[in-house]
Design a protein around this ligand. Sequence first.
Ligand code: 5GP
Ligand code: ZN
Length: 116
Amino acid sequence: MTESDCLFCKIVSGDIAADIVYSNHDVAAFRDTNPQAPTHVLIVPRRHISTINDIGDKDRQEVGALYVAARDIAKAEGIAEAGYRVTMNCNAAAGQTVFHLHLHLLGGRDFSWPPG
Ligand code: 5GP
Ligand code: ZN
């Protein structure tokens, strides 16, 4: 499903350019244009899912594939051993601004806990 007004659907379809670092049947990943760390990659399902709240049982493969991609991209970026953070914001209180499910993969620096 492609949502016509969805930024990340347009990146997945190639209508909007992005620095794609990973792509397969289930997911695509591209660099964030406002990076919060030396490595900041967004990993998205190809099929439109708006938020974590909208994940259905049929989406298990795509959602799992986000984490498999995170593992492989972290290794390719050379941050796997030092460590990295993966996070997914859901709705306003968490600061979600693009309503197409995406995992943030952040690495190349130390992160504090708890997050702000
Ligand atoms: P959220 O706040 O929804 O968790 O994350 C959305 C992310 O998308 C932000 O980190 C923001 O910098 C990124 N972003 C917004 N517009 C674009 C764009 O046009 N291209 C890319 N590559 N990233 C974008
Ligand atoms: Zn979308």
